[in-house]
Design a protein. Structure first.
Length: 415
C-alpha cells in the first residue's frame, strides 16, 4: 500500500467515526486543539521562522512572506476561530425540510457530512487550522496538502492538532497532512476518488487551474479574486477614498483585496489624483487606461491582461468609464465572480448593481475585504467559492455538508 493510500484508508475509517459523534464530542475536540496550539506555540513559531528564512532565500515576495508569517497574535486568532466554530450550531442531522406525501410517507431532508475532504493550498499556515476545524465540526475527515514554502509550519501545527485530538473522542487520523510536497504526489492525490469525496484548491490562479486540469475528484473552485471597486458618479468620494485604501492596502496578498478600480469619467479628475497619490505613497504600482495615464502621470498603460490579473501584490489596474453601463460591462468581462463593490449615494443605482453583478459577494459602500467566513459569522472558512455548485462565497459549515432523504413508512408499497 502506498503512502497516499494509507492516508486515504485512515481518513475513510476516521470519517465513519466522526460523522456519528455528538456535537459535544466534536466541540471538546476543538477545545483540546485550541489548548494544544497554545501549549505548542513556541514550536510552531520556531518552525515558521525556518519557513520564512527559506522563503527569503528562495526569493518570495514581500506579499507572499506576509501570507506565510505567523505571530503570537495570529496563533491567538486561530484559537479564537476554533472557539467560535465550537460555539456554532452543529449542522449534522439538521432537518432542512419535512413533509408527508400522498402515500403517507414522511420524507425528511437531513444534513450529512461530505466524507473525506482533500485540501490543496499554498502559503497561509492559518488555513491548516481553519480548514481542519470546519471539516471536523461538519463531521468530515480531511487530508491536507500545503505548499512546500509552509511545510515546517504546517507540520508543527498538525502535530499540535493531533495532540489535541488524542485527548478527545475524535481519531487523530481525522486530520492528516501530506508531508511530501512533490508535484508528483500532488498529482496522484488528485485522482484518489476511492478515498476522497471532494477536493478544494485554495490559492492563486495557477494552483487552481492545475487542480482543475488534473483532478478526477469533484473540485470546488475557490479563491481567485480579481475584485473590483466601482466609484460611481454619485459616490461620496471621501468614502470611496477610504474604502479604496482599505481594500488595496490592508492585506494586498489575500483574495478579497482590490485589484481593479473602475471610475466614472464624471468624477475621475476629482477623485484619481488624491486617491492614486495615497496609493503611490504606499508603494503601489498604478496601471491604467489612456484617461488614467493623462490624469496620473506616474501610471503605466494597462492592457487586457492587467485587467484580468489577480495581482496579490502592490499593484492596481484602473479603468475610467463613461457611465454605469460601461462599468458593469467592464466588471462582467474581467471579474472572477469573487467580490465586487460600488460606491454610490444613489439608491436605485446601488440596487441595479446588486442585481446586475453576478459575483459571490456584491457590496454597496463597503470594502471587499469583508468577504471572509469569520466576518460573516461562520467561524472561519474553507475558502471562497467562485462557483455555483454546490457552494458559493465563503464556505462555512453548511457548505461542508450534503444531505440525504430519510423516508419513514408504515408498510407502504408502490402500486
Amino acid at each position: 500500500m502506498t503512502y497516499l493510500e494509507t492516508l486515504g484508508q485512515q481518513a475513510k475509517q476516521a470519517a465513519r467515526v466522526v460523522r456519528l459523534l455528538s456535537a459535544k464530542d466534536k466541540n471538546d475536540a476543538l477545545a483540546a486543539i485550541a489548548q494544544a496550539l497554545l501549549e505548542q506555540q513556541d514550536e510552531i513559531l520556531a518552525a515558521n521562522a525556518l519557513d520564512l528564512e527559506n522563503g527569503r532565500q528562495n526569493g518570495l515576495t514581500t506579499a507572499l512572506l506576509e501570507r506565510l508569517t505567523l505571530t503570537q497574535a495570529r496563533i491567538q486568532g486561530m484559537v479564537d476561530g476554533l472557539k467560535q466554530i465550537a460555539s456554532l450550531e452543529d449542522p449534522i442531522l439538521k432537518t432542512d425540510s419535512q413533509w408527508v406525501n400522498r402515500d403517507g410517507l414522511r420524507i425528511s431532508r437531513r444534513r450529512v457530512p461530505l466524507g473525506v475532504i482533500g485540501i490543496i493550498y499554498e502559503s497561509r499556515p492559518n488555513v491548516t487550522v481553519d480548514a481542519s476545524a470546519l471539516c471536523l465540526k461538519a463531521g468530515n475527515a480531511v487530508i491536507l496538502r500545503g505548499g512546500k514554502e509552509a511545510l515546517e509550519s504546517n507540520q508543527a501545527i498538525v502535530k499540535a492538532i493531533q495532540a489535541g485530538l488524542a485527548k478527545s473522542k475524535v481519531p487523530n487520523t481525522t486530520i492528516q497532512l501530506i508531508t511530501d510536497p512533490s508535484r508528483e504526489l500532488a498529482a496522484e492525490f488528485m485522482t484518489m476518488n476511492q478515498y476522497v469525496d471532494c477536493l478544494v484548491p485554495r490559492g492563486g490562479s495557477g494552483l487552481i487551474q492545475a487542480v482543475l486540469r488534473q483532478a478526477t475528484i469533484p473540485v470546488i473552485e475557490t479563491g481567485v479574486g480579481n475584485c473590483h471597486l466601482y466609484v460611481n458618479e454619485a459616490a461620496d468620494l471621501e468614502q470611496a477614498y477610504t474604502i479604496l485604501l482599505n481594500g488595496k492596502l490592508q492585506r494586498p496578498s489575500v483574495c478579497n483585496a482590490l485589484e481593479t478600480l473602475v471610475v466614472d469619467v464624471a468624477v475621475a479628475e476629482k477623485f484619481l489624483p488624491e486617491a492614486t497619490a495615497a496609493l503611490l505613497d504606499a508603494g503601489v504600482e498604478i496601471l491604467g487606461d489612456d484617461t488614467t495615464v493623462k490624469i496620473v502621470p506616474q501610471a503605466t498603460l494597462a492592457n487586457d491582461t492587467d485587467y484580468a490579473t489577480e495581482f496579490l501584490d502592490y499593484r492596481i489596474a484602473i479603468k475610467v468609464v463613461e457611465d454605469y453601463d460601461a462599468a458593469v460591462a467592464h466588471i462582467e468581462r474581467f471579474s472572477t465572480g469573487h467580490s465586487d463593490a460600488i460606491i454610490t449615494k444613489d439608491y436605485q443605482t446601488a440596487q441595479n448593481f446588486l442585481n446586475d453583478i453576478d459575483s459571490a459577494c456584491v457590496y454597496v459602500n463597503a470594502s471587499t475585504r469583508f468577504s471572509d467566513g469569520e466576518v460573516f459569522g461562520f467561524g472561519g472558512e474553507l475558502g471562497i467559492s467562485t462557483q455555483k455548485l454546490h457552494a458559493r462565497g465563503p464556505m462555512g459549515l453548511e457548505a461542508l455538508t450534503s444531505y440525504k432523504y430519510v423516508i419513514e413508512g408504515q408498510g407502504q408499497v408502490r402500486e
